[in-house]
Write a protein that binds this ligand. Structure first.
Ligand code: NAD
Ligand code: ZN
Ligand code: ZN
Length: 378
């Protein structure tokens, strides 16, 4: 402790901070600012560990440091800045990692998920301010403007989406990233019609959410594909009709998918972010089929596909960021579907851990061991 008393309105919070990419995150005590106009301070209750955090931790995406990690979080509003009227102290919220700029071409066209100018991507508040600092006064960035792997966060009011009562904070956290991404890829990006056949490649939080979305959309056949056998059973428990263990030989997986669906699934979701599975998803499409790319590769990755059959067979490749989420509309919808028993999000969570276990959680994610891990704060 530097000896100085915290400034009025600030508080301290333990947080997972990335200082050097490729090296372990440090658990540090940070000073969290008092919320200013248009900001709220959230007492974090849960933060999911998403593979995107691992991409950042491992240096696969360029990001500035030092930065408080985490972008899949939920908690309770504990303080509001001047002029904040939509939220009150005590309100449960889930956090959005993309606050649209509101003025760019994508925003004006009603596609906030495609906003390239979101202040969230600068990992600061919209006016450029940082809201976290070490006890010595060194500024610390907040990942996507929300930095959820900390006991408290100051966020733009627009990033805090009110949740209905009765939603487990861990479930609300997952709605903030993997659920919106996966369910939305199915029901908003691809708009899968009832009766279509679907395959989902990769069964982490995102892929299992694609499976839940396909069940919600009443797909006739939902084939869940992973290289870890245990994931196939959990996929069945959230709506998959079939499980397929991915073969090291891509041709075999393609052949199996074709066999199971009379020539290939109508929709294939890639939810890993590997070039070979992206190419697999495109290769296994039937005439008129659609590959939906949800997994994110390292920044520089390139994939290739045979052009002639894509054109000749009227096949499609779609990219889906954040499941085309409009968080103020979609988060409460997904929460309501969960409360109705139609999105069994709780089954995606297999470990509740403390902040000190974040590095171990990253190791498990790298090896494909387990499901969604959630950091819980008390
Ligand atoms: N598009 C978006 O907006 C968005 C949002 C969130 C996450 N993502 C991305 O989605 C991807 C998945 O995230 P997650 O948190 O679910 O990851 P995860 O690590 O929990 O899940 C990945 C799954 O893929 C499986 N897998 C790995 N290699 C495989 C292979 N060769 N064949 C078959 N299965 C294989 C693993 O066993 C694991 O079950 C990441 O790239 C993440 O960055 C994208
Ligand atoms: Zn995520
Ligand atoms: Zn915009």
């Amino acid at each position: 402790m530097s000896g100085a008393e915290p400034a009025q309105g600030t508080r301290e919070a333990r947080a997972a901070v990335l200082r050097v990419v490729g090296e372990p995150v440090a658990i540090e005590d940070l000073v969290v600012a008092e919320p200013r106009a248009g900001e709220v301070r959230v007492r974090m209750l849960a933060s999911g560990v998403c593979h995107s955090d691992l991409h950042v931790r491992d240096g696969e995406w360029p990001r500035p440091t030092p930065i408080a990690m985490g972008h899949e979080g939920a908690g309770v509003v504990e303080a509001v800045g001047p002029g904040v009227e939509r939220l009150h102290v005590g309100q449960p919220v889930a956090l959005s990692w993309l606050v649209p700029c509101g003025v760019c071409r994508a925003c004006r066209a009603g596609r906030p998920w495609a906003c390239p100018d979101s202040p969230s991507f600068r990992h600061r508040m919209p006016d450029g301010a940082t809201v976290l600092a070490t006890r010595d006064g060194e500024p610390v960035l907040s990942y996507c403007g929300i930095g959820t792997m900390g006991a408290a966060a100051v966020v733009p009011e627009a990033a805090a989406i009110a949740m209905p009562d009765g939603v487990d904070p861990a479930v609300a956290a997952l709605i903030g990233c993997c659920v919106s991404t996966g369910v939305g890829a199915v029901v908003k990006t691809a708009v899968v019609p009832a009766g279509a056949s679907v395959a989902v490649i990769g069964l982490g939080g995102v892929g299992l959410s694609c499976v839940m979305g396909a069940a919600l959309a009443q797909a006739s056949r939902i084939i869940a594909v992973d290289r870890v056998e245990a994931k196939l059973a959990i996929a069945r428990s959230v709506g998959a009709t079939d499980g397929l263990l991915a073969s090291d030989d891509r041709g075999q997986t393609v052949a199996a998918l074709r066999d199971m669906t009379d020539g290939g699934p109508d929709f294939i979701f890639e939810a890993i972010g590997r070039v070979d599975t992206v190419e697999l998803a495109i290769e296994a499409l039937p005439l008129g089929g659609t590959a939906v790319l949800v997994g994110m590769t390292p920044f520089e990755a390139r994939a290739s596909f045979a052009v002639y059959p894509l054109v000749d067979g009227s096949r499609r490749i779609l990219g889906s960021n954040y499941g085309f989420a409009d968080p103020p509309v979609d988060f409460p919808r997904y929460a309501a579907l969960h409360l109705d028993g139609r999105l069994p999000i709780d089954r995606l969570i297999d470990r509740r851990i403390g902040l000190d276990d974040v590095e171990a959680a990253f190791d498990r994610l790298r090896s494909g061991d387990g499901l969604r891990q959630v950091v819980v704060f008390d």
